[in-house]
Design a protein around this ligand. Structure first.
Ligand code: DOR
Ligand code: ZN
Length: 347
């Protein structure tokens, strides 16, 4: 069996930098025409000039004639100004500004401590049609890690939606039924990305019978009922939900240790694994909307004209891939994937 789709885009991706980036970017460029590139480098990509430089390094790292377009984002710090938002908009290559609550995840130390101080900047973003991309987890240590997304909705997301009714908001990597319901029921322009690991797994996969560090990402995998809500949302055809892998490579040694860091590497088989999920749900007819249409429609960009073909054929994922001077262990390392990318046809 084969299926052909409009070439998809990845609306949430970590590419890292330097040789590490060069090792992984081809996986994404083979499968996706464009990707929203997250700005959590060290130091963060906090202004338009840094985004321009990073964009050039990505273009230089791409394989010849890949046709891939990186869509850049800025990292929102407490120092972000309205002038910078306007500069970013005028650049034409910055497509969103990412809000990381300070300390929420990998390289988020420079994130936002008090969102209310940034209200004038959000005002400008709303006026300039610059989307706000949100890592929606509270960071208070007393809040249980499994509740951090739900509590963020109550404390911040509802308020943000009310105060800035015209601001385009992307609720990144939704992981709970609460988030799915919020996105479904909100007024105004709102979308949500869904990762493939949150569709494939729940916290039992990560924790029962041994700790599997390669399933550890943030927001953390939740219980099965949340996984079911995500599958339902992704395969429903609702255009507010779209593909965002959050593929986040880390060196093997930084994952497989006493305090392993957060992130799943999925770029090597992303569209193939999403296809498995949609097939299992008898929803292959909804895959193209989720993977290739809803994202560009939300961001106000043209849909891609190229196409990709996937064939139902088993292949085995490598145990690891080179990652700069290190190795990265991909999701499903050494296991079988049931769909394979076969061709790319001109559009
Ligand atoms: O698991 C994660 N890894 N979640 C994030 O929010 C950041 C990402 C990373 O950059 O490694
Ligand atoms: Zn991310």
């Amino acid at each position: 069996m084969k299926i052909t789709l409009t070439k998809p885009d990845d609306w949430h991706l970590h590419l890292r930098d330097d040789e590490a980036m060069t090792s992984v970017v081809a996986h994404t460029a083979e499968r996706f025409a464009r990707a929203i590139v997250m700005p959590n480098l060290k130091p963060p990509v906090a202004n338009t000039q840094l985004a321009a430089d990073y964009r050039q390094r990505i273009l230089d790292a791409l394989p010849e004639n890949s046709g891939f377009t990186p869509l850049m984002t800025l990292y929102m710090t407490d120092l972000l100004t309205s002038d910078e938002v306007i500069r970013a908009k005028q650049s034409g290559f910055v497509h969103g500004i990412k809000l990381y609550p300070a300390g929420a995840t990998t390289n988020s130390d420079a994130g936002v401590a008090d969102i209310r101080k940034l209200y004038p900047v959000l005002e400008t973003m709303q006026r300039e049609s610059m989307p706000l991309l949100v890592h929606a987890e509270v960071t208070e240590p007393e809040i249980d890690i499994f509740d951090r997304e739900r509590v963020f909705i109550d404390r911040h997301m509802t308020k943000l939606r009310q105060e800035f009714p015209e601001l385009a908001i992307v609720f990144e990597h939704v992981t709970t039924r609460d988030a799915v319901d919020f996105v479904r029921e909100s007024n105004g322009p709102i979308g949500a990305t869904i990762t493939v690991q949150h569709l494939m797994y729940n916290r039992n996969h990560m924790l029962a019978g041994g700790i599997r560090p390669h399933y550890y990402c943030l927001p953390i995998l939740k219980r099965e009922t949340h996984q079911e809500a995500l599958i339902e949302a992704a395969t429903s055809g609702n255009s507010r939900f779209f593909l965002g892998t959050d593929s986040a490579p880390h060196p093997q040694h930084a994952k497989e240790c006493a305090c392993g860091c957060a992130g799943c590497y999925t770029a090597h088989a992303a569209i193939e694994l999403y296809t498995e999920i949609f097939e299992a749900e008898n929803a292959l007819d909804k895959l193209e909307g989720f993977a290739s249409h809803h994202g560009p429609d939300f961001y106000g960009m043209p849909r891609n004209t190229e196409r990709i073909t996937l064939q139902k054929r088993d292949w085995q994922v490598a145990e690891s891939y080179r990652f700069g001077k290190d190795m990265v262990v991909p999701l499903k390392a050494g296991q079988t994937v049931h769909w394979q990318l076969i061709t790319e046809q001109g559009g």
